[in-house]
Design a protein around this ligand. Structure first.
Ligand SMILES: Cc1ncc(COP(=O)(O)O)c(C=O)c1O
Length: 403
């Protein structure tokens, strides 16, 4: 094809490493690569029932075009859902229903980011956010993390130096609870510090929250949105991990003016989120299906996390480290420096029949070559045990070869 016809934006598009890796994987490869829920948790019978009921109850309304912002009943239900989670939202005008949170991320890029704008993320961060926003040409500044999440002391220094040089920051993007990819959660203290900095420098915070529903020990830390007194948090969540990802429904909670801008962008991107999907989610919320399913799934994922941690403990050679996430779907492994997880992947798949996502792609600055992300929710208990053993053999081989 005529590549000279491609836009500058298209040239900046990069294939998502995870989707590329998923393509290579054949049946006998154990995959820790994707971020998929365990399909045995899908409430199939309930979905069958509500699908029929939605058509009977709402008829053509469920099959027709609908409002860009989302159907009003669902937005009202999401306001109640947010309140149960400690977030007070003004009303349905502060809610935008999106095609998964992925669309919300893309809309935020469209609405807020110009070429050269400074945007801050955790480093590492969610790969598909980098993929989405890099098209708009921002300068992405990554803030390192430790076991309490984003190092807000380093953020503070960075902000000071950016502003003293005449620059300004538009957005801070964070996945504060059980982060993808590291599994790390931001401490309450850091959350407060982040909000204070955002207030001092007048910055929007994007709180991307697919995972707080799966915190295994104690209760989830408070949402930034729940602590926010100034309306500067744009909160994203999704039905993908608490119901089913195939529905493609997510939502944004933000001030009415932010919702209006995002909704304007959405008109051009997708017109509206699938009406049928929205009614299915509405009924699932109204009938308490999600409230009933989540505790059961949480317990299953806790056991899977423990199985993977225990397998890592028993099989991995010394010098390999990993996070011990309080929730979510991922464990982040750091290999001894000098081992390149991307080079190791081919041998892992071809020779050892196990796959993961190399960590470098989640970094904004080309670092993290010796890191990898492991998903523990999709594989079975048996696959976790066998797969971690296989992965350890691949790592041992790389260590011996001094790769
Ligand atoms: C941090 C984060 N944000 C957003 C998404 C997108 O999810 P969805 O578009 O299915 O709502 C994911 C999915 O894995 C994620 O991990």
């Amino acid at each position: 094809m005529r590549e000279d016809l491609l836009s500058r934006r298209a040239i900046r598009m990069k294939a998502n490493d995870i989707r590329e890796i998923l393509k290579w994987i054949s049946q006998d490869v154990i995959s820790f690569g994707g971020g998929l829920p365990d399909p045995s948790t899908f409430p199939r019978d309930e979905i069958k029932e509500i699908s029929r009921d939605v058509i009977e109850k709402y008829g053509d309304r469920a099959l027709q075009y609908s409002l860009t912002e989302g159907i009003v009943e669902l937005r009202e239900e999401l306001v109640r859902f947010a309140a149960r989670d400690g977030m007070s939202v003004d009303g349905p005008d502060s809610v935008l229903v999106t095609v998964g949170s992925q669309e919300a991320i893309e809309l935020i890029g469209r609405v807020f980011i110009d070429e050269g704008d400074i945007v801050i993320t955790e480093n590492p961060t969610y790969l598909a956010t980098l993929q989405s926003w890099s098209v708009y040409g921002p300068r992405i500044v990554g803030i390192p993390m430790d076991e309490e999440g984003m190092r807000t002391d380093i953020l503070e220094e960075k902000l000071r130096s950016i502003y003293s040089g005449g620059g300004k920051v538009k957005l801070v993007y964070t996945v504060p609870t059980a982060q993808n990819p590291t599994g790390i959660s931001m401490s309450v203290e850091r959350r407060k510090h982040l909000l204070e900095l955002a207030s001092r420098y007048d910055i929007y915070i994007i709180e991307d929250n697919p995972y707080s529903y799966y915190v295994f020990e104690g209760s989830a830390p408070p949402h930034l949105k729940a602590l926010d007194e100034e309306g500067r948090v744009i909160y994203l969540s999704t039905a993908s991990k608490i119901f089913v990802p195939g529905l493609r429904v997510g939502w944004v909670l933000a001030s009415g003016d932010v919702v209006r801008w995002l909704s304007l962008a959405k008109q051009a991107v997708s017109l509206h989120t699938s009406t049928l999907s929205q009614y299915l989610l509405l009924e699932a919320l109204r009938r308490g299906i999600i409230e009933r399913t989540v505790p059961r799934v949480r317990e299953l994922y806790r056991r899977k996390r423990d199985a993977m941690l225990s397998a890592l403990e028993r099989h991995m050679p010394s010098g390999v480290q990993w996070t011990k996430p309080i929730g979510g779907m991922f464990i982040w492994v750091t290999l001894p420096s000098g081992i390149d997880a991307r080079s190791l992947l081919k041998a892992a798949i071809v020779k050892y029949r196990v796959a993961y996502v190399p960590g470098a792609a989640f970094h904004v600055d080309g670092t993290g070559q010796n890191t990898m992300r492991l998903n523990f929710t999709y594989p079975s208990f048996e696959e976790i045990e066998i797969g971690v053993n296989r992965l350890s053999l691949a790592v041992r081989e790389a260590l011996e070869a001094g790769l």
